[in-house]
Design a protein around this ligand. Sequence first.
Ligand code: BMA
Length: 262
Amino acid sequence: MSDFKDKAVIVTGGAKGIGRGICMAFAEAGAQVMCADVDESAGAELSAACKALAGTIRFRQTDVSQGCECEALVEATVSAWDGVDILCNNVGIQPASSYLPAHELPEALWDRIIDVNLKSFFLMTKACIPEMKKHGGGVIVNTASVQGLQSMKGVPAYAASKGGILSLTRQLALEYAEDNIRVLAVNPGTIDTPLVAESLEIIEGGEAELRAKLATAHPIGRIGQPEDIAHAVLFLASGKASFMTGEYVCVDGGLMAKGAWT
Ligand code: BMA
C-alpha cells in the first residue's frame, strides 16, 4: 500500500477505536494524517505512537459537528500538507443513554447523534471538496454501519444517522464523479472499540458473556478489530479501487449475509 506516501488524509473521530486503526494504517503506508477528535489525551497518545511509522499523524482537537471547526481543520491540513487527498468521515457516537424508543428519546439527544454522526459528514465534505477539486480529485470514505442496512429496537437516531450516511454516500458520488472525487462507505459489524464497550454497559448479563454472544452472532465467530475496517478503508481509498464509487462494503464477519430465520 505504498501509494499513500505523502498523501494528506483527514480522519474524523480518529483518536480511538476504528478511527485510530485508520490513522495508524495510513501512517504505516506513508501518509500524512490529520487526526480530528474531541478527546485530547487519546489524540496525544496516538501522535506519540506513530513516531516509528513511515508517515505522520498530527492531532487537532475538533468538534466536527461545528462548521467553523471543520473549516479550521481543513485549513490547518492544507497549510501543513498543501491539500486534502483523502477524507475519512469516521466519527460516530452511540451513547448508552440513547437506547430508547423514539417516543422516549430526548430531542437534544437525537440532535447530538445526528449532528455528530451525519451532519459532520456533510460539513467536512463541504470544507474538503474545494480543495480536492483544486488538486484534480480525491476520495471520501464514510464509516457507516450494518445498522444502516438492518435495524434493531432502541436505536432510532443511530439507525437514522447510519442510513443517512449510506444515502449521502450515493448522492455525493454522483455529484462529484466528474471531478474525479470518489465517495464510498464501509459498514462495520461489531468491532472491538470504546463505542461498543460503552454502548454495552446498558445491557445486563455481564460484559464478557455479552462479548461471547456477539462473537457467535457473527458467522466468522469473532467480533472485528479496528484494523479489519482500516484495511478495507485503505483499499477503497487506493488506486486499486479507481472504478468504485457510490458503493458500500460490509466488513462484518458475515453478519449481513445471515437471514433472520437462522
Ligand atoms: C455498530 C454499533 C455496534 C453494534 C454493531 C452491530 O454500528 O452500533 O454497537 O454492535 O453496529 O449491530
